[in-house]
Design a binder for this molecule. Structure first.
Ligand code: HEC
Length: 226
């Protein structure tokens, strides 16, 4: 018989130790609290991600006025960069061109035998009276693009019903000033004027019908300097 049988405190201590040991043993592997440095790394990552999101919020091009200042991501969330009307139209135009690039391609080169090129096209850089009409109501039949005959298997559909004046103007400013093209801006006002003049029309145009407009520009509010 040892002494502990006569000491009730010893018995309690044994039970206590037993409980403590069980508790530790009960923790399944992997559920130990994360070391401090792991939590710290997680915190840094969260702060960085938050900062990124913050500096890009408000950069939705739809949410900015036609002409004005937008937060340029290059400024890293710093002071606002003032874009010229031309720069802003080009930025929005690149997005609006998403309606066209399925056929005319992001390169503006089109697809031989199916979709004519906009890069280097006299239709693209020529009269805005003709260009805006093509986009509003479409184009059908054989055409000549920069001196080369082109026969499309299917006509180009018009976009007047689905695109706003803003989107058409910006897309056309983009088309007229990308891939080496260089021509004046197209403004929403110019598109609205042609839309108004042609509101009775629904059929696609032919090259012959548009000939009188091929070198004619819509009297518009295009700023002279780009
Ligand atoms: C569904 C395919 C398709 C889409 C989308 C499309 N086009 Fe076209 N586009 C054509 C075809 C086909 C022709 C040639 C029509 C013809 O030969 O009569 C053409 C011709 C043109 C021309 C005159 C020819 C040339 O090569 O310059 C211009 C300018 C033009 N498209 C601009 C646009 C713009 C701007 C958009 C977007 C708003 C657009 N197109 C969207 C198929 C498309």
């Amino acid at each position: 018989m040892s002494d502990q049988h006569f000491n009730p405190d010893n018995t309690d201590l044994d039970r206590l130790h037993g409980a403590v040991k069980r508790e530790k043993a009960d923790l399944p592997p992997g559920s130990e609290p994360a070391p401090m440095w792991v939590m710290f790394l997680g915190f840094i990552a969260a702060v960085l991600a938050g900062g990124q999101m913050g500096s890009f919020s408000g950069y939705g091009l739809e949410s900015v006025p036609t002409y004005g200042a937008i937060q340029d991501p290059r400024s890293g969330g710093g002071p606002q960069v003032q874009l010229s009307p031309f720069e802003l139209a080009m930025k929005k135009g690149e997005t609006a061109y998403g309606t066209c690039n399925g056929c005319h391609q992001a390169t503006g080169l089109g697809t031989p035998g199916a979709f004519p090129p906009l890069a280097g096209s006299d239709w693209a850089t020529g009269g805005t009276e003709r260009l805006i009409r093509v986009v509003l109501h479409g184009l059908s039949g054989q055409i000549t693009v920069s001196g080369k005959p082109f026969t499309a298997p299917a006509p180009m559909p018009g976009w007047g019903a689905t695109m706003t004046d803003d989107d058409i103007a910006n897309a056309l400013t983009y088309v007229r000033n990308s891939w080496g093209n260089k021509a004046s801006m197209v403004t929403p006002d110019m598109v609205a004027k042609v839309r108004g003049t042609e509101k009775a029309r629904s059929a696609a145009w032919t090259q012959a019908e548009l000939e009188p407009y091929s070198k004619k520009d819509v009297a518009g509010d295009a700023p002279p300097a780009q």
